[in-house]
Design a binder for this molecule. Sequence first.
Ligand SMILES: [Zn+2]
Length: 253
Amino acid sequence: MNQNKTALAFLCHPDDAEFMCAGTLALLKQKGWQIHIATMTAGDCGSATLGREEISKIRRKESADAAAILDAQYHCNELEDVFVMYDKTSLLKTIEIIRNVKPTIVFAASPQCYFIDHENASSLVRTACFSCGIPNVDTPGVEPYTSVPYLYYSDSMEGKDIFGNAINPSIYIDITSVIDTKEKMLCCHKSQRDWLMAHHGMDEYIESMKRFASKRGSQINCKYAEGFRQHLGHSYPQDNILKIELKNLVTEK
Ligand SMILES: [Zn+2]
């Protein structure tokens, strides 16, 4: 087994990781893991009033602040909101981050979700995990990383696909003990919370996170949980390293 205790949450937009997997990251941190959080975009469409550059600057800082709570490093792939494409340029940038971070565990967005940005982000990370070790995939100045990481997909938004069908996790992590850390990280995204209030009339940024974590928790008889599905295709690690690391906090279904 690869002994490098590095985990990378590589989702799509700033705050996606905080909603979907920050509790699990906090638990891994407690077990001595080095955490990295990457986003595909800087969240340049996440404001009703500020221009793209201005809001991006704010959201990069918010993401770095949230990551700092776990002593984690934040990386931005600098793609654009609504235009996260599965193309060569985006893929090479994604591969470069994975080669630099050298993670043993990667968390990605759900392959099925309400927003195609999330689905494309998921595909980019999936391919990057597989191809980061291929020498002829050239990222100038950055060496190949030859281990295929363990790849876990986070829950989709509201745990459903675009037809409204439930997407059930196969792995649940009891995050009850670190829900305050997850909340603290999410609170760093003040601009997003304000933007949601302005555009959707939602004054429940934190409450919606807790409600969903509570729903996942109720499925394994604990207060709060996060759900995942593991990528088990050819060439990816087949055992469940989260179970090895987090033991009885993990429920497999
Ligand atoms: Zn998102």
